[in-house]
Design a protein around this ligand. Structure first.
Ligand code: DGJ
Length: 732
């Protein structure tokens, strides 16, 4: 790749003060402007629409208050602790002599053109008293309007260590009048429940201290609207998320001027980090996009960015699969599985995914109390091992994938008997379990090797393995590492080193096996973030597959993650008709977790047809632009739409979301978005249940579809409708 770098310095003027430095971090629509003051402090002076005349950025500083009544600026670019700042800091350091002060001054900045779309601005700041520097990085994905922001903190002392007490990734500053934060909360099977409220004075914090499965109760994902709550098409809004698969802390501090400082990063809770002499700490990126055209536009930017730059094979293909988790739970053997393969073939899916329960012998994995850690095939269930299953699947014309949870251990396992020192646990306290299991200590290189080998040997023995589901069902209790203790590394490194080790294992695995598809799972969606999604082709949003519930979970995830990455399975979790369950699953990457043989003839015929239909529209859903048309939180229904980049083909899903008796939502037509108003489109209903009326099949202009819309007639007896929209007419 050709890199092009420009280096800038601040020059000392005749008066002894430095000339003001202006740094504009610009995306296609927006700009973040940073400016130095006379004493070389660096401030955020603007966050908003990109100006046409870039020379005018220089004038911004004079328009904003840079200091408060007591001379303490609130808009610092990376707010330090222990000197002039008395608000929440981005950086707190215990210096080598025990002093807790830091103050950063601008030294220079570099602008590196990574390629035609990606530009990295790196600003170097230094403390004049202590040998500490910070590099603030702003990586811009210009067309997608995305900024990745992180810092690199360096201990420049030749001999002595310092302690990082707080080390945020990003510090931003907003100057609106009102702020509305939409945050998410939940738990197992009820992930991503939104709550929106106006920020009041003081600090609002989003955080996690769970260690692994860190997002179980709250993800590092939010939207912040300015002045009034944004909707899909209107309003100023920032979508933000921290790319870190561990403890996080995001603070929104509304100050005395009604301005908001956002500080996002690794949670400093129990995580003071000792930085040795001459070494650096790189924080994880905080990713954000700002839109003045509502949430929909911001989401499409994030989706495009994720597909182009983050998720493996983001613009590629995915495998529709049949999973056996809900079909069998732990109760299966070779014969049962091979029978399921036949069902997979009949359905026309690409792959069979063998879930939990295939391993361990001394303490067989027949329920969730035993076996985790003992990754040898269970001889009773699978006498011929995994290779036999891979071949048997191949004979049916399908690929094979497998479930693992390699970071975890049941106390009832041979691994625990052999290696208690590999487990995160307090040596002299009672053990606490989450789903009857404990977490392995990934900070230990031997454990890293073990985890890597679990995957590597599966791949070596089964080179045709095409899919891995990586699960993570426990949080970290009793945070204590035997390895850190023995190696004189502070226990406060545990949470951070754990995540770094997790990434190292994945990095190594991905460099050897770049093409294998991998699902990020955490007992549902307890771990979905862009730090992990660098390695996973897809994620599992929730174990809850009841379509009425799932619509809401998928809806909220779709704000931040593209549909190609969302695994949605048809299961027997609910009694809803198979058509409804399948239609909901198709809003992403569908899969099945059912026994095909047990389906009625009609249900089976429907499912087979639905898989074919999906394959004919998957490109639009996975690679197109997503529009959320009808918000389920505001009505009795939901509608989402995907449009290809040529605006020729689209898919609309319309779902009932109210399960009360006899709901009829046909009062309002669904208005489409993203089409060409001047073109004519054929609107054809697909996924029609055998024997039902043929449904909608008519031609309309894009103008009509977007302004008048289509009444799909959903109701309690017709809870979902899928429409394929195509432009069959060539222009004359
Ligand atoms: C939790 C996952 O979310 C499920 O899909 C399944 O894989 C189970 N773990 C297996 O234990």
């Amino acid at each position: 790749m050709k890199l092009f770098t420009l280096l800038f310095f601040a020059f000392l003027g005749a008066t002894g003060t430095t000339a003001q430095v202006n740094i504009a971090v610009e995306t296609k629509d927006n700009a973040l402007v940073l400016q130095t003051s006379n004493d070389s402090s660096l401030y955020i002076t603007y966050f908003g629409a990109r100006l046409k005349n870039t020379s005018e950025y220089r004038e911004i500083g004079g328009q904003y208050r840079m200091t408060d009544a007591n001379n303490s600026p609130t808009n610092n670019a990376y707010t330090p602790a222990g000197t002039w700042n008395l608000l929440e800091p981005a950086l707190e350091i215990e210096q080598a002599d025990g002093n807790h002060s830091v103050e950063l001054k601008y030294v220079n900045h570099k602008v590196t053109k990574v390629n035609d779309n990606v530009i990295l601005s790196s600003i170097l700041l230094k403390d004049a008293v202590y040998p500490v520097s910070v590099l603030l990085n702003y990586k811009v994905y210009f067309n997608e309007n995305i900024i990745e922001q992180w810092s690199v903190i360096k201990n420049e002392h030749a001999k002595k260590s310092i302690k990082l007490i707080k080390y945020a990734s990003a510090n931003l500053y907003f100057t609106s009048k009102k702020y509305f934060l939409k945050q998410y909360h939940g738990s197992w099977a009820e992930e991503m429940k939104p709550e929106e409220h106006e920020l009041t004075s003081g600090i609002k914090t989003l955080d996690s201290k769970l260690g692994t499965r860190a997002n179980l109760f709250q993800p590092p994902t939010f939207s912040l609207s300015f002045n009034k709550p944004a909707n899909e098409d209107e309003g100023e809004v920032l979508l933000g998320t921290l790319a870190w698969t561990g403890n996080f802390k995001i603070d929104f501090e509304k100050d005395a001027y009604d301005h908001v400082r956002l500080i996002a990063g690794i949670n400093p809770y129990a995580s003071q980090y000792t930085l040795l002499s001459n070494s650096s700490f790189e924080t994880p990126p905080f990713i954000y996009t700002y839109s003045r055209k509502g949430i929909g536009y911001a989401s499409r930017n994030l989706h495009r960015w994720a597909r182009n730059y983050k998720i493996p094979a983001g613009n590629g293909d995915r495998q529709i699969l049949l999973n056996n988790w809900e079909a069998t739970y732990f109760d299966f053997d070779e014969k049962k599985l091979v029978n399921l393969f036949k069902g997979a073939k009949e359905l026309g899916v690409d792959l069979f995914l063998l879930d939990d329960g295939w391993f361990a012998n001394k303490y067989p994995r027949n329920d969730d109390h035993a076996g985790l850690g003992d990754w040898q095939e269970n001889k009773k269930k699978l006498p011929n091992g995994i290779p036999f299953l891979v071949n048997a699947a191949e004979k049916q014309g399908i690929k094979f994938g497998i479930w693992v949870e390699p970071e975890m251990i049941n106390p009832k396992s041979e691994l625990y008997e052999k290696h208690r020192d590999w487990v995160i646990r307090q040596p002299n306290r009672k053990e606490y379990y989450f789903r009857n299991q404990l977490v392995l200590d990934l900070t230990n290189p031997q454990v890293q090797k073990f985890v890597y080998n679990v995957l590597d040997s599966l791949m070596i023995k089964n080179p045709k393995l095409a899919f891995i589901k990586w699960d993570c069902n426990a949080v970290i209790y009793n945070a204590y590492s035997d390895y850190l203790q023995k190696n004189n590394i502070p226990q406060t490194h545990l949470y951070v080193e754990y995540v770094k080790a997790f990434y190292n294992i994945l990095e190594k695995f991905r460099s050897k096996y770049p093409d294998v598809h991998m699902m990020l799972c955490s007992g549902g969606g307890g771990r979905v973030d862009y730090g992990a999604m660098k390695y996973f082709t897809e994620y599992w949003p929730s174990d809850n597959t009841d379509p009425y519930e799932r619509i809401f979970i998928q809806w909220e995830n779709s704000v931040f993650f593209p549909s190609i990455a969302s695994c949605n399975h048809v299961t027997d979790w609910s009694k809803s008709p198979i058509k409804f369950r399948t239609d909901v699953a198709m809003m992403g990457k569908p899969g099945f977790d059912i026994v095909v043989d047990k389906l009625s003839e009609k249900d089976k015929a429907f499912a087979i047809d639905a898989v074919k239909n999906f394959k004919s529209v998957k490109d639009i859903i996975w690679h197109g632009d997503m529009y959320r048309l009808v918000n389920p939180w505001e009505s009795n229904s939901a509608a989402v739409m995907y449009v290809d980049s040529a605006q020729r083909n689209a898919v609309v899903f319309n779902y009932l979301t109210n399960r009360r008796y006899n709901v009829n939502t046909s009062a309002d037509p669904v208005k489409f978005k993203g089409l060409d108003p001047s073109k004519k489109y054929l609107v054809k209903e697909i996924n029609i249940y055998p024997g039902d009326n043929p449904g909608i099949n008519a031609a309309f202009s894009g103008d009509f579809l977007m302004n008048v819309g289509i009444n799909t007639g959903i109701s309690s007896s017709r809870p979902s409708v899928v429409l394929k929209i195509s432009q069959p007419y060539t222009d004359k």
